[in-house]
Design a protein around this ligand. Structure first.
Ligand code: MAN
Length: 523
C-alpha cells in the first residue's frame, strides 16, 4: 500500500509551509524528501524513485526511504508531538499497536486509538521546568550569600593568619628571652638547693653513724654477760647465731673468726669490737631478747655501760649541735625511745628542713622565671595551633566562589531503616546503627570528585574504618541544587562503598532567561 501524506504547515510558519514532507520525517530533514526528484538514500548508497518513499518496502540500507512505515528495521519515525517534545522512534514501532508518540502519529493505521496527550505533557513539562527555574532562582540567591560569606571568611582567615604569623615571631623572641632568663636563675637555685640537701644528707649520715655506734655498743654490753667490759670466747659462744656450720654449738674457731682474733687471744675490748667485729655482724646480730623471739619490734637502744669506776653510765645525748637540730625539730623530743635517724615518731621519713631564706628567695625567682617561660611557651604553641587550623581552612577548595564554605564545620544527618548517617562538611562521614552501638567512620574528607566538566558535582570522603575482608570505607557525596543543605538519601552500592545524595544552594546556578521554550519548534 502506498502511503504518502504531506504534513500541512501553512498555518504555523510561512517559510516552512512550502516544504511538504512525507510521514515520519522531521522538518529539519524535509528538504531531502523532494517529491519531484528521485530520493537519495540518506547514507548516499543509492537513489530510488520518489514514489518508493514510504511505499512499505525497504529500499535503502539505512531505512531512510521508509520513515513512516515499519518496513525497515533500522528506520526512524519522527513524532512531531506538537505541544510537547518531538522525538524519533524506531520505525519498527510504527503501527505496532502501542502508542509511542504522545500525538498518536505512529499509529496512523488506526489499529489502536491513541489519545493525543501532548498538550498535557507539555503543560506538565513547563510546570516542572518552572519549578526547577524557581528552585535555581531561590537557591542561587542563597548561593550568592554563601559566596559573599565564604569570600569574607577567607579574607578574615588570611588577615588572622598574618596577625598570628607576626605575633608568632614576637612570641618566639619572648620565649627565647624568658628561657635564657630561666636558665640564668636556675643555676644559683640549683646550687643553693644542692648545698642545702648535701648538708641535710651529711646530718642524716652522721645520725646514722651515731645510731650504728650505739647499736654496736649495745651489742657489746649485751654480749658482755659478766660485765667485765670485754667480750670473751665463752660469751660469744653463748650466741647460737654464730654457729656458722649449724652443728648446734659455736666452737672456738667460729667464735674466734667472729671476734677477729687469733689463737693467742680469747677476748676483745670495746674498741676492737667496734672496729673489727661489729661491721661483720651488724646485719644479723640479734639481741638476747630478739633471740628469744620476744622482741621483734623492739627498738635497739643503748643500754648504757659499766665502767670500773662509775658503774653503769647512760649514753649521753649528742654533744654537737648541727644546723638542722633546732628546737622545733620534730625529733627533738625528750622521749628518745622512739627516735630513729631519718624517721619521725610515727615511723615516716623525716622531712628535710625548710630551705633557708636565701635559697627560698632563689627558688621564688626561679619559679617566677619558670612560670614566665611556661606562659610564653604555651602562648607560642597556641599561636602555632591556631596557624595550623587557619592553614588547614585556607588549604581547602570551597568552590570557585567559596560557596561551599557554608558546609565547613556543619553536620547533616539522614536516617534510613537501619542507620543514622552523618556528613560533616569537609571533615568526615559516619554511620551509627539505630538499634545502638558505636559510630563507624565511613570516610574522612578527601577531594572533589565530580566530572572533568563539573568538578564540584561530587565530594569524596575516604579512608574510613576498614571493612572486614574488604576495602577501607569511603563515601561519594553527589551534590545537587536544593534550597537548603541536607542529605536526601544514602545507599551502599557496593560493600563499604557508600553514596550520599546531598542538596545545597551552593550547587544552584544562575537560571538562564526564561524566553526559550523548545516545545514550539514544530508548532
Ligand atoms: C557494617 C556496616 C555496613 C557494612 C558492613 C560490612 O555492618 O558498616 O554498612 O556493609 O559493616 O561488614
Amino acid at each position: 500500500m502506498l502511503v504518502f501524506v504531506f504534513t500541512a504547515l501553512s498555518l504555523l510558519s510561512p517559510c516552512l509551509a512550502t516544504i511538504p514532507r512525507p510521514r515520519g520525517v522531521a522538518i529539519s530533514m524535509a528538504s531531502f524528501y523532494k517529491p519531484d526528484v528521485p530520493f537519495q538514500c540518506l547514507d548516499g548508497s543509492k537513489q530510488v524513485p520518489f514514489e518508493y518513499v514510504n511505499d512499505d518496502y525497504c529500499d535503502c540500507p539505512d531505512g531512510s526511504d521508509e520513515p513512516g512505515t515499519s518496513a525497515c528495521t533500522n528506520g526512524k519515525f519522527h513524532c512531531t508531538n506538537a505541544g510537547y517534545r518531538p522525538i524519533n522512534i524506531l520505525s519498527s514501532r510504527v503501527n505496532d499497536g502501542i502508542c509511542d508518540c504522545c500525538d498518536g502519529s505512529d499509529e496512523w493505521e488506526g489499529n489502536i486509538e491513541c489519545v493525543n496527550n501532548c498538550k498535557e505533557l507539555g503543560r506538565k513539562m513547563r510546570e516542572d521546568r518552572e519549578k526547577q527555574m524557581q528552585l535555581q532562582d531561590s537557591g542561587y540567591k542563597v548561593k550568592l550569600q554563601y559566596m559573599e560569606e565564604g569570600k569574607k571568611r577567607r579574607a578574615e582567615k588570611r588577615a588572622e593568619m598574618e596577625t598570628l604569623e607576626q605575633s608568632k615571631v614576637e612570641l618566639e623572641a619572648l620565649k627565647n628571652e624568658v628561657e635564657a632568663r630561666k636558665i640564668e636563675v636556675e643555676g644559683p637555685e640549683k646550687e643553693a638547693k644542692e648545698k642545702h640537701e648535701q648538708a641535710w644528707k651529711e646530718v642524716q649520715e652522721a645520725k646514722k653513724a651515731e645510731l650504728d655506734k650505739i647499736k654496736a655498743e649495745t651489742a657489746f654490753y649485751e654480749m658482755d654477760e659478766n660485765k667485765d667490759n670485754r667480750v670473751d670466747l665463752v660469751e660469744i659462744k653463748a650466741h647460737a647465731q654464730f654457729d656458722v656450720d649449724n652443728n648446734g654449738e659455736v666452737c672456738d674457731s667460729e667464735a674466734r673468726e667472729h671476734l677477729e682474733i687469733g689463737e693467742e687471744a680469747d677476748h676483745v675490748d670495746l674498741e676492737h669490737f667496734m672496729e673489727k667485729v661489729w661491721p661483720n655482724i651488724r646485719d644479723f646480730y640479734k639481741s638476747p631478747a630478739e633471740q628469744e623471739d620476744k622482741g621483734d619490734n623492739q627498738e635497739i637502744e643503748p643500754k648504757g655501760k659499766y665502767t670500773e669506776d662509775d658503774g653503769y653510765i647512760d649514753h649521753e645525748e649528742d654533744d654537737d649541735e648541727d644546723e638542722f637540730d633546732d628546737d622545733d625539730d620534730i625529733d627533738d623530743d625528750d622521749d628518745e625511745e622512739e627516735n630513729r635517724v631519718g624517721e619521725n615518731k610515727t615511723g615516716e621519713e623525716e622531712a628535710m628542713p625548710e630551705y633557708d631564706d636565701e635559697t627560698k628567695q632563689l627558688i621564688a625567682v626561679a619559679d617566677a622565671a619558670r612560670k614566665q617561660f611556661t606562659d610564653a611557651d604555651n602562648a607560642l604553641r597556641d599561636a602555632e595551633n591556631a596557624i595550623r587550623d587557619l592553614q588547614n581552612y585556607l588549604n581547602l577548595d570551597y568552590g570557585p566562589n567559596e560557596e561551599f564554605s557554608a558546609l565547613k564545620g556543619n553536620c547533616y544527618e539522614y536516617t534510613d531503616r537501619e542507620y543514622t548517617y552523618k556528613l560533616c562538611g569537609f571533615e568526615k562521614a559516619t554511620q551509627r546503627p539505630k538499634a545502638g552501638g558505636s559510630e563507624t567512620t565511613l570516610g574522612n574528607w578527601g577531594k572533589w570528585e565530580g566530572t572533568p566538566e563539573d568538578k564540584y558535582a561530587a565530594q569524596k570522603y575516604e579512608n574510613g574504618q576498614s571493612c572486614w575482608n574488604g576495602p577501607n570505607r569511603s563515601v561519594k557525596v553527589n551534590m545537587k541544587c536544593g534550597l537548603e543543605n541536607k542529605v536526601t538519601g544514602t545507599s551502599e552500592p557496593s560493600r563499604c562503598e557508600y553514596a550520599f545524595d546531598f542538596e545545597t544552594p551552593a550547587r544552584c546556578t544562575e537560571p538562564p532567561a526564561r524566553a526559550s521554550d523548545d516545545t514550539h519548534d514544530e508548532l
